[in-house]
Design a protein around this ligand. Sequence first.
Ligand code: PLP
Length: 306
Amino acid sequence: MTTARHDGTSGQGADIVHLSGAWLPRGEALVPVDDRGFVFGDGVYDMTPAYGGRFLRLQRHLDRLRFGLEELEIDFDLSGVEELHHEILRRNGLTDAPMATVYLQVTRGVAPRAHHFPPRSTAATVYAFAKRFARTSADVWARGFEAVTHPDRRWGRVDIKTLQLLPNALAQQAARAAGAGDALMVRDGIVLEGALSNLFIVFGRTIRTHPTSNQILPGITRELILEISREEGYEVEERSTPIEHLSHASEVFMTGTTTEVKPIVRIDGQPVADGRVGPVTTDLHRAFMERVRRECGVPATALGSI
Ligand code: PLP
């Protein structure tokens, strides 16, 4: 296990980050105070999983990053970014890790504080780090997890993966304070997604998730789970869910890069159906892990538990 120390260095193994072309120990990577990421949260990020050193759907993550950069009109050439992902795993000794994540963020760069954009010649700031990820153990997963509903106070373009995560952080903190692991974002009576994951609601053999729109983040794991659900013969609906429908659900689960497939068995203190992890979630989790092995070309033994 790697233990985080207060200076941001890791207690074991390399913690080499990338900052605008330089490779540095984390504690030496410093950003000027006028960086627009620091002052305005003016930037985008993505996080891609690697299983046994092989990235899962890296191109889809980079497509989403490109979309965000275009929407925010940040000039940044993504051509070296795929290689950067491989290099950061190598530099951190993570090419054999059962699971690791690479975080990449791009801001509009350093400029005197003014709301309007600086000249287009301003260089974007790029920051990346890689981290070993400890997957949930099979027995903890099998007990299921708890979530709470929370008002969605995010802006109107959450389809862009911006750095501005304060409403997500507040929602997630409220969940923690209530003794739950996740917050479910609710707007105008519709339950949209989690604070850091997408939401699926199961009614018998029908699997429902909110359609892609400006109100949810189009998760790469969500996309994969929709594919897998169809392949496994389930009925799939991309449709919004009024919050009161949760009480009729047979199962609820969340998906995301670090969430994978996560069964939710209690919401706001009430059990989902019988309060146990259901067969559809279990089946999709198995199919998801099989797909990970196939797409990443790694044997089951390389992935650790579950
Ligand atoms: N929804 C939100 C708000 C998120 O922050 C994330 C991931 O960070 C997701 C959904 C899941 O997206 P992905 O599956 O691409 O990790």
